[in-house]
Design a protein around this ligand. Structure first.
Ligand code: AMP
Ligand code: MG
Length: 410
């Protein structure tokens, strides 16, 4: 590997390089219900007026406002309109129609009085309204939300549950989305055993594959787990060659400078062009990114779980967003008041697992979690964000403003 790629680059520079090399996934049609977490490759417009008719907002009686001007009225009930049915009758002077929420307002009526504001007996055939009902009361006009043909979701929108509801209301049973990327995940290390096994001797459990599979699935990616490769050229080559068939390959461990860190050599032999091999973050320094000629992205993350998490969050997540047509979606730092203290940052950006919560007065606070370094995944289990201290930041104490990055989708 050339010395150029061994240079320590900033996280921002690493993000720029990754985004320069990521291609947007092909567009394909998808059943709306299957599209959760995917990104629209087209604008979606509503194909009907919403609501499609003047609609009752309450259970009650549709009446003519003018009839109630004098402070109420007793009106003859001429019909009962349930949601899903329309009345063939016209409400004339002195008349009302019983109506349920969601039903179309009958001809002649211009307001709905709530059933709570009436006296009514089922057999009586008339209703007594106890107050004046201004025109339009409890009526949602046709097209009040929007007109047929109006756009409701823009290309590039990630479809969460609310957006799926909007698309469904707009009649988009099928949507064009960017194809779900496929990523292979490979853990490397002679010391690793599967989660289902009890480690003995010098072994530890492979927690990175489940973590990365979870992160990737949450970001709308299909995951191919390649299991654990041993720290030898043959084992790594076999798995890496297989993984390079996917849109992306994520390897953990074996990317540093140790005697058994063969990943960079194997990648070079497999035709991967490495664009950088060190990132100025703590943890997460031995982080590698490369691409193949056919466009597969390769991320080599450090073996330590928290370092791998930093690499995923800062590089892989933005890369996946870009593949999904949402380029430029980078983790945004916001400010919070520190609870406790933080050491000076040193010469790399530092990331510390933290609880980021509003206090009783609504002030956003960041409390660093007890954490024993990048090999300790347990502090991370309670975190909902990082305290991010840019390189060169001085020590910080209680109440100081610090930058934080949220780990949850907001
Ligand atoms: P490496 O990056 O291969 O030098 O590994 C750094 C540290 O991370 C070592 O202590 C490894 O045992 C640990 N490690 C590597 N891979 C994993 C994994 N898949 N799950 C948990 N820890 C790991
Ligand atoms: Mg290793």
């Amino acid at each position: 590997m050339s010395s150029e790629h061994d240079q320590l680059i900033s996280v921002a520079e690493a993000q720029r390089i990754v985004l320069d090399h990521v291609a947007v996934a092909p567009i394909m049609p998808m059943d709306l219900v299957q599209a959760l977490g995917l990104t629209l490759a087209e604008d979606v417009a509503c194909d009907v007026d919403m609501p499609p008719f003047d609609k009752a907002m309450m259970d009650g009686f549709a009446a003519r406002s003018a009839d109630t001007d004098q402070g109420g009225a007793t009106l003859k009930v001429i019909d009962h309109i349930a949601a899903g049915s329309s009345s063939k009758k016209t409400v004339g002077a002195g008349e009302a129609a019983r109506i349920n929420t969601g039903a179309p307002i009958p001809e002649g009526a211009d307001a709905v009085v709530r059933v709570e504001d009436t006296t009514w007996t089922d057999d009586g055939g008339s209703v007594k309204i106890q107050l004046p009902i201004p025109k339009g009361t409890n009526v949602c006009d046709r097209a009040e939300y929007l007109k047929s043909g109006e756009p409701v979701l823009a290309k590039g929108t990630r479809l969460g549950p609310a957006q799926i509801a909007v698309a469904a209301a707009a009649g988009a049973a099928n949507v064009n989305i960017y194809r779900r990327p496929v990523f292979a995940v490979l853990a490397t290390g002679n010391e690793l055993v599967d989660v289902g096994k009890r480690p003995t001797g010098a072994q530890i459990r492979n927690s990175n594959t489940p973590m990365l599979a979870a992160l990737l699935s949450d970001d709308g990616v299909n995951v191919v787990s390649l299991g654990i490769a041993m720290d030898d050229m043959a084992s790594l080559t076999k798995s890496i060659e297989y993984g390079l068939e996917c849109d992306g390959l994520c390897i953990t461990g074996g990317v540093s400078m140790g005697a058994f860190d063969f990943v960079p050599d194997v990648l070079a032999q497999c035709g991967v062009q490495v664009h950088f091999h060190k990132m100025s973050s703590k943890p997460g320094k031995p982080t590698l990114f490369g691409t193949t000629e056919k466009g597969t992205c390769v991320f080599g993350l450090p073996g330590n779980p928290v370092s791998a998490m930093v690499g995923y969050w800062m590089l892989m997540r933005p890369a996946i967003a870009a593949m999904q047509g949402r380029a430029g979606e980078l983790p945004q730092a916001i400010e919070a008041d520190l609870i406790g203290s933080q050491k000076a940052a040193g010469d790399r950006d530092s990331y510390w697992p933290a609880c980021i919560d509003p206090d009783q007065s609504g002030r956003l606070t960041a409390r660093a979690l007890s954490w024993r370094g990048s090999g300790d995944p347990f502090g991370m289990g309670k975190a909902n964000g990082w305290i991010v201290r840019p390189a060169g930041s001085p020590a910080a104490s209680d109440g100081d403003k610090v930058q934080v990055v949220m780990l949850e989708r907001i």
